[in-house]
Design a protein around this ligand. Structure first.
Ligand SMILES: Nc1ncnc2c1ncn2[C@@H]1O[C@H](COP(=O)(O)OP(=O)(O)OP(=O)(O)O)[C@@H](O)[C@H]1O
Length: 600
């Protein structure tokens, strides 16, 4: 059966993914990571060399045994004893080499996974969003796993390389003509390998790409399950997942077909090699140039090499897969992290301001336009406006969740001005804390969840924070108190409780500035009042920006801005705005059910 050679162009291409490292960069990162564990690397190397030497010694001793068959019992016993020692040492060193290499590989993989995840978390939020969390997740999980799985093989490849090298000298020690016969396999292997490598590298890269795309579509479907259900988009979404999976399977099958063709060529080369060696041996023995023992040793040596040679050639396949996976992992490290210039802690009083802030998610349509704001230290500002006016976007920009496409956000304390974009990411949350619409409960104990951003707080401080946000009541009824496990599949929490935890988390972190985006929206009307009080506890005494859908929240703030189609159309205090009888007054009137008199 002839199998058509596959073409990379036939495979799906995903253009939105993160960069992939070049081979040179990948090797440098791998080497640098390995050098962090010098002891393990030296042990792996040393044991591998010893085990390779053992593999070559046994056939040579068996050849001697054949030649000295009539040399007397003592000589034979000595040879047999040497053979036994060689076999034993080979087994021990091979096991030690394997273990040392696996340990080294596990350490390298753990370092890579950690470095990649750290990098992914520090990267520009815009880049992360564009690339898709699925692609990053697939690199930190699938690709690192692929690399980890190939670690034992990597050790085997190294052993095989050393064994083939040492074996060649073994052949030379017998007779150079036998070594020559042995070398006929190399050109055949080299040609088929060249053919294979040219085709397989791009195919494996494409295979990894389509697997990343499948993860992206799957994760997207899971995250957007609510929307999919609400709009009855199951058939469409299922078709998207099926298509991404089909592309992934196609890519895997294409690589597999190529590999089968390559394996067939390899078996042929070994048959030719052994036949040539035996034929050359026959003539050399007939001409008395070599002994029968030499040819026996050469044939056994060649036979012993089937396995390392096969490992070398067959594993090119896996080495390439691992290489493609590693290049994707290292690619994450190549994404520039926004330069962090300021790592100082904030002063006690911080003013938040912005100038000329504009934002276009797609780079074309501005959803926030030319916003200038100043929130003096210790005061609060409410943002109100109709749905889609740009409140969440502005809050995200002010809170440093992502950079604006235009303008700057500045924090000012006694020491001077700091642009939010210039702050060290590790320091940013000391300056500004944010509660967004997407609150999340991390799987673990309630204590771990609340102290996520402030790990060293005492139970007393935690309970104080929970009391301040009005959560002490329900937390007191939990089966294991602060040790109760929450998060996915654990003790269920209501939307209002999740919001309270988010507020308590921020209270414990104690930033100078807080940005609250709809902290009360999820609670429903019954819990909303409680959450308003909880949010007020957080706002008190701090510089605060509050996205207020419930206008009672806006009324309680020192200043209010009204947004419409991305721009600020009104600003002032609650009383000012009511006297103006503009948009805010209209919103308030609709909200409170009756027109309110200024100052009332
Ligand atoms: N991640 C995003 N990508 C592209 N467009 C977005 C994104 N987030 C919001 N938008 C768009 O930007 C505009 C402003 O949205 P934003 O959520 O900031 O408004 P909002 O006033 O907070 O609305 P709501 O009160 O409904 O939350 C809307 O047209 C919205 O569709």
């Amino acid at each position: 059966m002839t199998v058509p050679a596959p073409r990379v162009a036939d495979l799906p291409e995903n253009k939105d993914i993160l960069p992939v490292a070049a081979p040179g960069q990948t090797w440098r990162v791998l080497l640098r990571t390995a050098l962090r564990h010098r002891g393990e690397a030296a042990a792996a190397l040393g044991f591998t060399v010893l085990s390779s030497a053992g593999v070559v010694t046994s056939p040579l001793l068996l050849g001697l045994l054949v030649d000295r068959a009539g040399a007397g019992t003592a000589a034979l016993v000595r040879l047999l004893a040497a053979l036994g020692v060689a076999v034993l040492c080979t087994a021990v060193f091979t096991a030690l080499a394997q273990r040392a290499a696996e340990r080294l590989g596990a350490r390298i993989a753990a370092d890579l996974r950690e470095d990649t995840l750290t990098q992914a978390l520090r990267m520009d939020a815009g880049v992360l969003e564009k690339a898709g969390a699925g692609d990053v997740a697939s690199r930190v999980t699938d690709d690192v796993e692929q690399f980890v799985e190939s670690v034992p093989l990597g050790a085997a490849v190294f052993t095989a390389l050393v064994t083939v090298g040492v074996a060649f000298f073994g052949f030379l020690s017998l007779d150079w003509r036998l070594a020559l016969a042995f070398t006929v396999v190399f050109p055949i292997h080299a040609l088929s390998l060249r053919w294979y490598l040219a085709k397989s590298g791009p195919l494996y890269a494409a295979e990894r790409r389509s697997s990343a795309e499948r993860s992206r579509v799957l994760l997207g479907s899971l995250h957007g399950a609510g929307t999919v259900r609400a709009y009855r988009m199951h058939p469409l979404q299922t078709a998207r997942v099926a298509q991404a999976s089909a592309h992934s399977v196609d890519a895997a099958l294409t690589s597999l077909r190529l590999f089968f063709r390559f394996s067939m060529g390899m078996n042929g080369a070994e048959a030719v090699g052994l036949s040539t060696l035996l034929t050359a041996g026959f003539f050399l023995v007939r001409a008395d140039a070599v002994s029968v023992g030499d040819v026996t040793a050469a044939a056994l040596l060649f036979h012993r090499l089937f396995s390392p040679l096969g490992t070398l050639l067959l594993s090119f396949d896996d080495v390439q897969r691992a290489g493609a996976a590693l290049a994707r992992v290292v690619g994450v490290a190549m994404i520039p992290i926004p330069a962090a210039k300021v790592a100082r802690a904030p002063g006690a009083a911080v003013t938040l301001s912005c100038a000329g802030v504009g934002h276009a998610y797609d780079g074309r349509t501005s959803v926030v336009r030319a916003v200038d704001l100043r929130v003096p230290a210790g005061t609060s500002l409410a943002i109100v406006g109709a749905s889609g006016a740009g409140k969440t976007t502005l809050a995200g920009i002010l809170g440093g969740a992502f950079p604006a496409t235009e303008g700057t956000v500045t924090l000012t304390d006694a020491e001077g001005d700091v642009a939010v974009s210039d702050l060290d990411p590790d320091r940013l949350r000391d300056w500004i804390g944010i509660v967004s619409q997407e609150t999340h409960v991390f799987t673990g104990t309630l204590r771990e969840d609340v102290t996520f951003a402030a790990p060293d707080r005492s139970d007393e401080a935690i309970l104080q924070a929970l009391t301040a946000v009005g959560a002490a009541g329900w937390v007191g009824t939990l089966p294991d108190g602060l040790d109760t496990r929450v998060g996915e599949g654990e003790h269920p929490l209501t939307a209002a409780q999740v919001q309270q935890l988010a507020l308590a988390r921020l209270l414990l972190r104690d930033p100078a500035v807080v940005v609250l985006d709809e902290a009360t929206a999820e609670a429903g009307s019954s819990g909303a009042r409680d959450l308003e009080r909880a949010a007020a506890a957080l706002v008190r005494g701090r510089t605060a920006v509050v996205v207020a859908h419930r206008l009672t929240q806006a009324r309680d703030c020192d200043a209010i801005v009204v947004m419409d189609r991305g721009a600020i159309v009104e600003s002032g205090t609650h009383a000012d705005l009511l006297t103006r009888e503009g948009r805010y007054a209209a919103l308030w009137s609709a909200w409170s059910g009756a027109p309110e008199v200024a100052g009332g």
